[in-house]
Ligand binder design. Structure first.
Ligand code: LRH
Ligand code: MN
Ligand code: MN
Length: 429
């Protein structure tokens, strides 16, 4: 298997840090043993944890106002796969890539080959009917799967079916459907009729799914439509998944809710009724900001994982959520952001594994609110970094991924090979 980063660079970076890590790991192990937690068992679970990289995340994003590309921007999906290989090599937590079509459209066999050089696989496929592709016959300006015009709906359905076809060749097992369909003015659309049309279109996509695939419906409160959105919240997403059938599940993008919404409770509800499909992890302060996972509110991420671990341990039915990042990097090197974000997601998982669930249940039974919440806090306050670093080391990654990455000079190297991209204005003045 090929490596994008010189293995000697990773080894040297690890050598300088290994003794300190082993000491920290031993200290944490003692501390956890006093809490009756076996650090080795936690380490094994963290090592088995995976989160997929979105292909669109490795390029510098932008806002409606401007885009300021960095050096060595990936030119195409093949450069993106190489950047994803760097992230996987150093973190050992991100062995698959989630593709977006038509952004990543290329010969599937070439895509497969490019990924297999690095042992990478493909996670959920993402369709795009929220923007018009070049040469497309009907515009999505006024919607796609719910469009009033049957020919536009057909085109959107066919695009999704094409995504499934491409994904089948790549070994993907899921299709994520997010539509921007909605309205900007009261009265612009009939809510019920638009949802009915969406369901009719989605049924056709569902019917094209291979038996071992899942369909994820992703909700989002607003944007690009600013008055109403067809799949605006988890309730509508649940209705859609329920109408479609057993292989349709809801995908929760953390940025797609109103501020202060209790996302962990949404997660719990979806788990309870066997409809949690997966996540797009990111963080936000105002809206769908697509900030790095854990950048603003790591406690919320932990509380979500508290629900996931609870479900994992209680053997919840149909519980197999897909973990994916979905972020936009404007001011950082996307590779660095994605490596740290993958670690933030792992961290929340590791901390949630440390919750004393028996004690928590007892406090809940006794209505001891203070001790119940302290039980969560004790786990959240635990610095699990030695477990994450040890997981990386054990699997051949870097103890400190950003340090190893910077030492490798990867960005400088690709900046020499990939032409500079000029900054550009956004869609508004
Ligand atoms: C929509 C979204 C959805 C898209 C991605 C690019 O805001 O979260 O998942 O596919 O962004
Ligand atoms: Mn998303
Ligand atoms: Mn989003």
């Amino acid at each position: 298997m090929e490596c994008m980063i010189d293995e000697d660079v990773v080894a040297a970076s690890n050598e300088a840090r290994e003794a300190a890590l082993r000491a920290d790991y031993a200290t944490l192990g003692e501390q956890l043993a006093r809490r009756n937690v076996d650090i080795g068992a936690t380490l094994d679970k963290v090592r088995a944890f995976r989160v997929a990289i979105p292909s669109w995340g490795v390029g510098t994003g932008g806002t409606r106002f401007a885009r300021f590309p960095g050096p060595g921007e990936p030119r195409d999906i093949f450069d993106k796969i190489e950047d994803c290989a760097v992230i996987q090599q150093l973190t050992q937590a991100t062995p698959s890539v989630s593709l977006h079509i038509p952004w990543d459209k290329a010969d599937p066999q070439r895509l497969k080959q490019a990924a297999s050089r690095f042992g990478l696989g493909f996670d959920a496929m993402n369709s795009n009917t929220f923007s018009d592709a070049e040469g497309q016959k009907n515009s999505y300006k006024f919607g796609s799967l719910s469009h009033a015009d049957a020919a536009t709906r057909r085109q959107a359905v066919e695009h999704n079916v094409e995504c499934i076809e491409i994904g089948k060749e790549l070994g993907s097992k899921a299709l994520t459907v997010w539509v921007g369909d909605g309205s900007n003015f009261p009265g612009q659309v009939n809510f019920a009729r638009a949802f009915e049309r969406y369901l009719e279109s989605a049924r056709e996509i569902y019917e094209a799914l291979p038996p071992d695939w899942r369909l994820f419906t992703e909700h989002k409160m607003y944007e690009p439509a600013f008055y109403s959105t067809v799949i605006q919240d988890w309730g509508t997403s649940y209705l859609a998944a329920k109408e479609l059938g057993d292989r349709a599940y809801c995908l929760v993008d953390l940025g797609h809710h109103a501020p202060n919404v209790n996302i962990e409770m949404i997660v719990s509800r979806l788990i309870q009724f066997g409809k949690l499909g997966g996540f797009h992890f990111n963080d936000s302060k105002y809206g769908d900001d697509d900030l790095d996972a854990g950048a603003i509110d790591p406690y919320r991420l932990f509380l979500i994982f508290n629900e996931l671990v609870d479900a994992e341990l209680s053997g919840a039915k149909d519980f197999n959520p897909a973990h994916m990042l979905d972020q936009n990097h404007n001011v950082t090197d996307p590779i660095e952001s994605l490596m740290l974000s993958a670690a933030e997601v792992q961290r929340a998982y590791a901390q949630a594994l440390l919750v004393d669930r028996k004690a928590l249940e007892g406090f809940q039974e006794d209505n001891d609110a203070l001790m119940a919440t302290q039980t969560l806090k004790v786990a959240f306050r635990t610095d699990v970094e030695p477990i994450l670093a040890m997981a990386r080391l054990a699997d051949g990654g870097a103890i400190d991924p950003v340090a190893a990455y910077r030492a490798s000079g990867y960005r400088r190297k690709v900046a020499g090979e990939r032409p500079a991209v000029a900054a550009s204005g956004g869609g508004i003045v």
